[in-house]
Design a protein around this ligand. Structure first.
Ligand code: HPA
Ligand code: ZN
Length: 325
């Protein structure tokens, strides 16, 4: 089989996906119409044309604006179901997806609409051969107190979330800003993830590991600048959720031909390939694999390793991991 077909056929888990970042322009326009909202773009083409980013913040401004069309429980259901169908078509068998509750509750949308819509879709995804877990992410540009308030909203729904995450504007908002709320989340039995080393320095990755005690690193690219840190991550057997097309669109990596995935694998890091915000970055998980195979950066064996890493790096039970590999 061709390498493309081989990649498409690999069973995989997606571990780094922001559900709000899977909102395709077509659905954005449909939801705007359903909810009587005027979008500041004349057409789907005009909206897509705005997806031209020089850094993380450029993207976040548009991403938070896009999320404004999400109002009802049904909107969150429809958003998630569209992603699950697309992921299942890529032979994604398990997805651990981030959602950004503060983006919605700060606009007056009840937490219940968000979690119940996403959870109902997650249940229906089982019929597609896809299992799903939800990760409640804190917005790091807001205060730790605000993160505590957000976590309190999740407490009645702890059976519906697997963990917490940390996303949004990285530089100037180090992991240590969230030490106490991450300790609280751990006490509640939640898994811990944090974006670190996307734009932020290696010191932020150290903080995420040694102060927040995270279970998984999101991105982690800049860890490669520090060999002692790389050895620390390898020793701990940490999984890195890497997002090639995102890295390229947000200029974390200037040229896709220089993407660090091969270097990560060579150094023994447990890297995985993920889509981050596929509606904004131009591709779902298989597209992210193929973006690197087409540059000649990874071969069939690497693709197999990366797909296996996604299963082993998930929060699934050991039995379910074994069944999927
Ligand atoms: N980084 C930080 N915050 C985010 C991202 C990302 O890649 N995607 C959605 N929120
Ligand atoms: Zn992300």
């Amino acid at each position: 089989t061709s390498l493309d077909a081989f990649v498409a056929g690999l069973p995989k888990a997606e571990l780094h996906l922001h559900i709000e970042g899977s909102l395709e322009p077509e659905l954005m326009f449909d939801l705007a119409q359903r909810n009587g909202i005027d979008l500041p773009y004349a057409s789907i083409e005009a909206l897509r044309a705005a997806y031209d980013f020089s850094n993380l913040q450029d993207f976040l401004d548009i991403y938070y604006q896009g999320a404004n069309v999400l109002r009802t429980e049904e909107d969150f259901y429809d958003l998630a179901m569209a992603y699950f169908k697309r992921a299942a078509a890529d032979n994604v068998r398990h997805a651990e997806i981030f959602f950004d509750p503060q983006t919605h509750t700060d606009r007056g949308i009840p937490y219940a609409y968000v979690i119940e819509g996403l959870n109902r879709a997650a249940k229906d995804a089982e019929a597609l051969g896809l299992s799903v877990s939800l990760i409640h992410s804190f917005l790091r540009h807001l205060s730790e107190e605000a993160a505590f308030e957000s976590l309190a909203m999740a407490v009645p729904y702890l059976d519906k979330i697997i963990g917490v995450g940390l996303d949004s504007s990285e530089v100037g908002h180090p992991p240590s800003k969230f030490t106490n709320v991450f300790a609280k989340a751990r006490e509640l039995g939640l898994k811990l993830c944090a974006h670190a080393g996307e734009e932020g320095p290696p010191a932020y990755v150290y903080e995420a590991l040694d102060i927040l005690h995270i279970d998984r690193i999101d991105h982690g690219n800049r860890s490669l600048e520090d060999p002692v840190l790389v050895a620390h991550i390898v020793r701990e057997g940490m999984t890195l959720t890497v997002c090639p097309l995102s890295n390229h669109k947000l200029c974390v990596v200037k040229d896709l031909n220089d993407h660090p995935i091969p270097d990560m694998l060579a150094k023994g890091l447990r890297a995985t390939i993920n889509s981050d915000d596929p509606a904004y970055f131009g591709g779902y998980v298989n597209d992210n694999f193929l973006s690197l195979t087409r540059c000649g950066l990874i071969d069939r064996e690497d693709c197999l390793t990366l797909a296996r890493n996604s299963i082993t790096g998930s929060f699934l039970s050991e039995e379910r991991k074994t069944a999927l590999i």
